[in-house]
Design a protein around this ligand. Structure first.
Ligand code: PLP
Length: 432
């Protein structure tokens, strides 16, 4: 196909109305056709640059098309390296596992094994839930209000969002919902609510196979769990013979600071789900980390054709070597996070009653209403910024900038958010 044909096709938006399913979503919020992406910038077919504060919903924590990952991948492809390997041993897979062991597992004293699942986050969550059920012989799972774990049926049962759950077309079972940290207000410790419910033999809650949560709920509105809550829930899980599953799909890989979102929380989850930024380059790749004693699937009992994306293994290895060999990246995330927080404080001052939510580079402003947040992100897009909302009512303007974003681009993006908030709140004041 010539470049011309490709460009014409990308600007013909009628094809999407005609032929793409109604289930499409982000393209409605960002109605243009993108043709290139580099670092924190996406460029559309008209040649207009947009700053990307969505970063593939945190699948692009290292930005678009990192040059080192890209060249390693090109070299692998051009030398006829294995692309699809089922779960066969390959040089790419061996090198990735060795690097993961050396840079991530060993320094943390983790003896976890890596189970390659199908390539999406939901695939990893499904595997995690099944493993926990098989390992404990129990079926019930505790999940939390406003948690999001994906939209396949098992993961959706653990997801709180009513709109997503409405798509199931069948009953979603096997999960008991409990209030997340802070869900009952600042005076009620919901870890103790959970403990009370599980301690009471007649609470009506079946003994759980697992307790699953995100340390910062991404889709649920950037609700952070305190380290104290996380530690207490880990203790409750242990007391009740339930496995602790931390879903690190969105909060992990640097988004909240450390490689794992629970680094420094003194917990070792039995199972950890990983996806999104694991490949580093945005290639589909997911995995479950499981303690050896719970690694209970028999060969091929839980399988899948796309568990051997060797391209993703090549880029994932380069990502680990480049960003996690020492503390340089970690420190730079911390620095950017502090800058982000200071800018968001200023932005929040413009919206009465708003507050900042999240942790690390996983921050947003809760502006109190989904309608207002919608207007702000729509204005941002007009002004050249890709940014989304989250939360049960879509009320949080969520910043998911690449963790590698340069200071100038970061500042320009935040200027756009600040100006959009000013414009929208002024318009609202006039209308009122
Ligand atoms: C915490 C968490 N778990 C699971 C998922 C599902 O991942 P995927 O969309 O790749 O299936 C997501 C997606 O946003 C997520 O944020």
């Amino acid at each position: 196909m010539s470049t011309n044909t490709a460009t014409n096709a990308s600007t013909d938006t009628a094809i999407y109305q005609r032929r793409e399913s109604e289930a499409r979503s982000y393209c409605r919020r960002f109605p243009t056709a993108f043709v290139r992406a580099s670092g924190a910038i996406m460029t559309d077919a008209e040649g207009r640059d947009y700053i990307d504060f969505l970063a593939g919903c945190s699948s692009l924590n290292y930005g678009h098309n990192d040059p080192d990952m890209k060249s390693a991948l090109v070299e692998h492809v051009m030398s006829d390296g294995v692309a699809h390997g089922l779960d066969m041993h390959t040089d790419a897979k061996g090198a990735f596992l060795q690097t993961f062991e050396r840079l991530i597992l060993e320094p943390r004293g983790m003896d976890h094994r890596m189970m390659f699942t199908g390539p999406t986050g939901a695939n990893a969550v499904e595997a995690a839930l099944k493993l926990a059920r098989k390992a404990t012989g129990r079926t019930n799972v505790i999940a939390f209000t406003t948690g999001f774990h994906g939209v396949t049926l098992g993961a959706l049962a653990a997801t709180g969002n009513l709109y997503n759950r409405g798509g199931a077309g069948q009953q979603l079972g096997g999960v008991t919902r409990m209030p997340f940290d802070g869900a009952l207000g600042p005076d009620i410790d919901t870890a103790e609510v959970l403990a009370t419910m599980l301690d009471e033999p007649s609470s009506g809650i079946e003994p759980p196979a697992a307790i699953i949560f995100e340390t910062v709920q991404g889709e649920g509105g950037l609700n952070p769990a305190s380290p104290k809550w996380v530690k207490r829930v880990a203790e409750i899980a242990r007391q009740h013979g339930a496995l602790l599953i931390i879903d690190d799909i969105q909060a992990g890989i640097g988004r909240t600071g450390g490689f794992f979102s629970f680094d420094d929380m003194e917990v070792q989850p039995d199972i950890i789900t990983m996806a999104k930024s694991l490949s580093g380059l945005g290639l589909p790749f997911a995995a479950v980390l499981v303690k050896p004693e719970y690694d209970v699937f028999k060969p091929a009992e839980h399988n899948g054709t796309f568990r051997g994306n060797n391209h993703a293994m090549v880029t994932a290895r380069v990502a680990l070597e480049k960003f996690w060999s020492d503390d340089t990246f970690l420190n730079s995330i911390d620095e950017r996070a502090r800058y982000l927080e200071s800018r968001l404080n200023r932005i929040a001052e413009r919206v009465p009653g708003s507050n900042i939510k999240g942790r690390g580079m996983f921050l947003g402003v809760d502006v109190g209403s989904g309608e207002l947040a919608d207007k702000i992100v729509t204005q941002c897009f007009k002004d050249g910024l890709i940014i989304e909302t989250s939360g049960s009512r879509g009320q949080v303007v969520k910043i998911l900038a690449p963790l590698t974003i340069d200071q100038d681009t970061f500042a320009r993006g935040l200027d756009i958010v600040e100006q959009a908030v000013a414009k929208v709140t002024e318009q609202e004041a006039v209308t009122a």
